[in-house]
Design a binder for this molecule. Structure first.
Ligand code: FES
Length: 106
């Protein structure tokens, strides 16, 4: 297990390079930060029209943020509800629907 107190000098002047590769530390970030905090996915100005979308990541999870017909903005996991296939492979764009290329669920 990683000793967090030893990763940054007391005066804040240096940090261990271990923060970039330690799997235990990464797992802690997933649990304590990405798993329980509000995360920035995009700015609504990037999806101004109905059907505009952008792809984003929430830690390990692929997310689609999309402008709806009623002008609201929704975010959902980029995964088909049938068997989990990824439904969107583009970084951004405009679409009427996200259709799974495996069995065609939309
Ligand atoms: S896995 Fe997507 S429709 Fe079956």
């Amino acid at each position: 297990m990683v000793d967090i107190d030893k990763l940054v000098k007391d005066d804040g002047s240096e940090q261990s390079r271990e923060i970039f590769w330690n799997q235990d530390l990464y797992n802690l970030e997933i649990e304590r930060i990405f798993g329980r905090c509000w995360l920035f996915l995009t700015h609504e100005s990037l999806i101004p029209k109905h059907g505009d979308f952008v792809s984003a990541r929430m830690a390990e999870e692929e997310i689609i943020v999309c402008r709806q017909k009623d002008d609201s903005v929704r975010a959902f996991v980029n995964s088909c509800t049938h068997r989990g296939n990824q439904v969107c492979h583009a970084e951004s764009g405009n679409t009427r629907a996200f259709v799974c290329n495996y069995h065609g669920w939309a």
